[in-house]
Structures are given as structure tokens and as C-alpha cells.
Design a protein around this ligand. Structure first.
Ligand code: GRF
Length: 196
């Protein structure tokens, strides 16, 4: 059987990039048949850009414009153009803190995935680990899902459970969820890469 070409990924992130690191390591270790074509951030000094550059990957800051929770339409059009120029097949949101709107959804239908730090549909939105703690949950986790026009609402690809332990703080719970994220995200991407 002929080996499939690596799945071409475009990564979007706003933060430190630990999920991206887990994905990059899975590629390097041969657990994920993919290639990172471009890493983009709406935050100029985001750790994810430094990490990508240190690995010799193309990494760019994309000025988001005047809104706080989404890109300005011109910026989103530029995002689409950058991803298309880079021949991206799957857009991977890795700690990307803005809503995805029509230009992206139309350019990449069912080809944008996200990781969220809760067992969706529970605790969508921000700081889900705090929501879980304050809501008295005994189990939470993380979810990889396709992105649609809603807030953390797209079809679910996979979930991983994490216990909430007595004495947990928001920080200790988030750290435990992130360990689960770093295993789940590369595994789901590997499944998508193999299922083409
Ligand atoms: C993760 O907890 C992820 O679930 C959420 O944002 C965080 C990103 O962390 N969407 P990192 O930048 O990958 O370390």
C-alpha cells in the first residue's frame, strides 16, 4: 500500500503553545503523519510563535484588529489567504482565544478542529477548569471537536476524562487537564491523518 502524504497542518494559537509542542513532538517521533506548514498567532509575543521559530517553522503574528473576541473581517480574510497559500489541509486551534467566523468556516468546511478543557457540552467558554471546580464536578476533562459558528459547539471527535481531586486548585486541575490534552490532541490528529 502506498504511504499517505503527511497531512498539512496550519496551527493557530494565542498562548504558550504546550498543545502545539505535543503535536510537534508527535510528528517528530513518527506518531502523527503530518507536517506543520504555518503557525499563526493573534498575540505578537505568544510563546507558541517562539516555540515554532525555535523549531525552524514558519510562524507569523497576524494583527487581529479592533475586536477582542474575534478577528476584524480584513484580518480573517488575511488569515484565510495565509493558510491557503501554505496549502493547509487541516486548521488546528491550539489555545486560540478568538471566535472563528464565516470566512474561515467557508474556506475550511469541517477542516478546523479545536481542543477545549472540559467534557463538552459541559463548561463551554473561558476558564472551564474553574467552572468545573466551582460547579462541584468530580470528573472533568478535555474535548477535541470540529469548529462551527458557535462557542465550543461543533461535533465532538474525542474526549478524555480527568478526575477532580480533593484539595484541587484551579491551577492544579488545569495542569492535570493539560496532561490529558497533550495525549489526546496528537492521537486524534493521527486518526484524522490516517482516515483520509
Ligand atoms: C488549553 O487548555 C486548551 O484546552 C485551551 O487553551 C489552552 C491552551 O494551552 N483551548 P496551550 O497554549 O496549548 O498551552
Amino acid at each position: 500500500m502506498q504511504k499517505l502524504a503527511p497531512l498539512k497542518l496550519g496551527i493557530l494559537g494565542s498562548g504558550k503553545g504546550s498543545n502545539f509542542k505535543a503535536i510537534a513532538e508527535a510528528i517528530e517521533e513518527g506518531r502523527l503523519n503530518a507536517e506543520v506548514r504555518i503557525v499563526l498567532s493573534d498575540v505578537e509575543d505568544a510563546g507558541i510563535l517562539d516555540y515554532a521559530r525555535a523549531r525552524g517553522l514558519r510562524a507569523e503574528f497576524l494583527a487581529p484588529g479592533r475586536f477582542r473576541t474575534k478577528l476584524e473581517p480584513e484580518a480573517e480574510a488575511r488569515l484565510v489567504a495565509l493558510l491557503q497559500e501554505a496549502q493547509v489541509e487541516l486548521v488546528v486551534l491550539a489555545g486560540y482565544m478568538r471566535m472563528i467566523k464565516a470566512p474561515m468556516l467557508e474556506a475550511f468546511p469541517r477542516r478546523i478542529v479545536n481542543i477545549h478543557p472540559s467534557l463538552l457540552p459541559k463548561f463551554p467558554g473561558l476558564a472551564s477548569w474553574k467552572q468545573a471546580l466551582e460547579g462541584g464536578a468530580t470528573v472533568t476533562g478535555c474535548t477535541v471537536h470540529y469548529v462551527d459558528g458557535g462557542m465550543d459547539t461543533g461535533p465532538i471527535l474525542a474526549q478524555s476524562e480527568v478526575p477532580v481531586l480533593p484539595g484541587d486548585t484551579a491551577e492544579s486541575l488545569h495542569a492535570r487537564i493539560q496532561v490529558a490534552e497533550h495525549a489526546l490532541y496528537p492521537a486524534v490528529l493521527a486518526r484524522l491523518a490516517a482516515a483520509r
